[in-house]
Design a protein around this ligand. Sequence first.
Ligand SMILES: N[C@@H](CCC(=O)N[C@@H](CS)C(=O)NCC(=O)O)C(=O)O
Length: 206
Amino acid sequence: MQLLYSTSSPFVRKTVLLAHALGLDHCIEWLPSAASPLKRDPRITARNPLGKVPTLITDDGLALVDSKVIAEYLCALAPDDAVLPAQGAGRWRLLRQQALADGILDVAVGLRYENALRPEGLRWPDWTAAQMEKLEAALEALQDEFAAPVPGAPLNVGEIATIAALGYLDLRYADFGWRTRYPRLAAAYASVWDRPEVRATTPVVA
Ligand SMILES: N[C@@H](CCC(=O)N[C@@H](CS)C(=O)NCC(=O)O)C(=O)O
């Protein structure tokens, strides 16, 4: 399979960490790209009309879009109940965590575009404030749900999405000070920091 990626994308990071947890990382060929809502990259749009990363092209040539769909695909290829249980309450708990963390990213990436790309006079502070309220409430909820991952065990889908969200806040929202606001989340995150795959996928601006 092939993965259209960018090194700063937290959604791509989810896919890469999941492939690692499932032992599928060696099956992926990396295709560089430059996703932007304002400048569509033909390398991506040739396969994904939405122009977004991650886009995973399966060995059958199907281009899968959206990190949640890609997660389902990878988990179906190499099922592992420790990463995502096939059924039962544990499955829904982890999918909820993934959705909360993805929701944080939707806000954080959206506001990043708002602040970096939208002309200043067209920005709407009330919108930004309402979005930040969502982000803060979801971080509060995750703080109660995200425990330190079991040392040595593969990261699960909820943990992976949470790590991707927190890593992106470090990259783009350093002044927000999430560690001070959510100290239990910070402690759980610190416990995974030494994992090679977490370090290797820390987002960087290309
Ligand atoms: N819901 C999508 C979001 C993906 C997404 O927004 N990716 C960003 C990069 S972090 C992107 O490709 N942005 C380009 C655009 O919005 O056109 C997913 O989970 O994969």
